[in-house]
Design a protein around this ligand. Structure first.
Ligand SMILES: Nc1ncnc2c1ncn2[C@@H]1O[C@H](COP(=O)(O)OP(=O)(O)O)[C@@H](O)[C@H]1O
Ligand SMILES: [Mg+2]
Length: 212
């Protein structure tokens, strides 16, 4: 069973968007997939409620109430939409159960600073060091040719954490969310620019570099 956690204390950076699309990706590839939502706002679980019954199944886990207790033991992939404010014991527990952590970052000075600090905090926790959890960052909601993206690009490159993808700001994510789908389940003629951007992210997740 592999646990992939999407994490960043900043709200609105795309955690639920990333978590739901990852769950869709694995489910459509025939993996037995569970989606655990630790956020009481339930964005990932609301997405699952919208999911058409005929689509590959993803099981819904209310992590914010009961943690990982109800995750089926024969799951292949567990995608965790982490809580905004995990600290102390909760953070330790989550790290203890994660193999891979994905950190989305917006092209914004405030978000970049907060994320940098969060990554330092993460790296300093003993659980993180002992388990050799693998982390990676990705830029989200990027608009081409903006100065702030150039700044984010330079910043992420300097962080000493793998910088694995750049996802553009796109209606496809909103379109997919509304229908309970991932971009992998949209028609190809619409989704192809975003599918291309997910290529390096998926390659990294499939590589040994993303596992302890
Ligand atoms: N790449 C993207 N393109 C367009 N909209 C996006 C993208 N990523 C996230 N969003 C939108 O931004 C908002 C915040 O994203 P969300 O995934 O809910 O963030 P978080 O879970 O970190 O709070 C949502 O309205 C979502 O639809
Ligand atoms: Mg969310």
């Amino acid at each position: 069973m592999r646990h992939i956690m999407v994490m960043n204390p900043k709200g609105g950076c795309g955690k639920s968007t990333l978590a739901t699309n990852l769950a869709s990706y694995y489910a459509t590839r025939g993996k037995k997939t569970a989606l655990v939502d630790y956020d009481p706002q339930r964005s990932s679980l609301d997405w699952l409620d919208r999911r058409p019954a005929k689509r590959p199944e993803i099981s819904a886990i209310e992590g914010y109430k009961e943690g990982l207790k109800h995750v089926a033991r024969n799951s292949d992939i567990v995608v965790i939409d982490a809580p905004a404010r995990a600290h102390g014991k909760e953070l330790t527990d989550l790290l203890h159960h994660s193999d891979t952590i994905l950190i989305p970052v917006l092209p914004s000075t405030i978000d970049m600073q907060a994320t940098g600090r969060f990554i330092e905090e993460l790296k300093a926790t003993p659980t993180f060091k002992n388990r050799k959890v693998k982390i990676a960052v990705l830029a989200n909601r990027v608009r081409d040719n903006t100065l702030i993206f150039d700044e984010l690009d330079a910043y992420l490159t300097k962080l000493r954490v793998p910088y694995i993808a750049t996802l553009r700001e796109a209606q496809n994510y909103i379109r997919a969310y509304t229908r309970g789908l991932g971009i992998f389940e949209l028609p190809n003629y619409l989704a192809w620019p975003d599918l291309e951007e997910w290529g390096p992210l998926i390659d990294w997740l499939n590589s040994r570099a993303s596992r302890p």
